[in-house]
Design a protein around this ligand. Structure first.
Ligand SMILES: Cc1cc2nc3c(=O)[nH]c(=O)nc-3n(C[C@H](O)[C@H](O)[C@H](O)COP(=O)(O)O)c2cc1C
Length: 167
């Protein structure tokens, strides 16, 4: 059984999911930096990290220090079976329970290289996004206007898995 939740969040959406899970499970919740200081090595944890160019940020660090019971990747794209299979393939998660969650996008809360990368992506999309593709247009809109998709409903599959291991 996992005995803590550990997360890595840049603009706060992953933290919101981690806090929701903490509320549902009653487990303590730590930011990765905090966990490195206050959780013993080898503890069994549920890890959540935000997605940056397909990779779950902080996962390698968390794996080197803790025993991972499940991984949740949080990104801006829609919560679909394809998003989950890409997450597993790009982060080599075949052998771990893995979940994809839709977080959001808030460029105001970004800085440095991350903000620059999103601005570049927005500039490219403004030229290339096909106007008749609703998903592409939604992504483009999100790069300019803050958007929050965090919800309890999005955690449904994860909570089902959690109830299963507790039973
Ligand atoms: C540089 C950069 C790269 C990103 N790459 C992806 C990606 O590959 N897939 C995705 O779904 N979201 C991507 N995103 C969006 C973030 O994962 C999304 O905003 C997430 O909710 C951020 O979580 P946080 O608030 O916990 O930092 C990217 C964001 C930035 C800044």
């Amino acid at each position: 059984m996992p005995d803590a939740i550990v997360y890595e969040s840049n603009t706060g959406f992953t933290r919101k999911y981690a806090e929701l899970i903490a509320r549902f499970t009653g487990l303590p919740c730590y930011a990765l930096r905090e966990a490195e200081r206050s959780l013993e090595k080898g503890r069994r944890v549920i890890f959540l990290g935000w997605l940056r160019a397909g990779k779950i940020v902080g996962l390698q660090k968390a794996q080197s220090r803790f025993s991972i019971a499940a991984v949740l990747g949080v990104g801006m794209r829609a919560q679909t079976p394809e998003a989950l299979s890409d997450l597993k393939a790009q982060n080599k998660l075949a052998s771990l329970p893995a979940f994809y969650l839709r977080g959001g996008m808030d460029i105001q809360r970004m800085s440095g290289i991350n903000r620059l990368m999103i601005k570049l992506a927005a500039a490219i999309m403004s030229r290339k996004a096909p106007k008749d593709d609703p998903e592409a247009m939604e992504s483009f809109d999100m790069l300019r206007n803050p958007k929050d998709f965090v919800s309890r409903e999005n955690l449904g599959e994860f909570l089902e898995w959690y109830r299963g291991i507790k039973a």
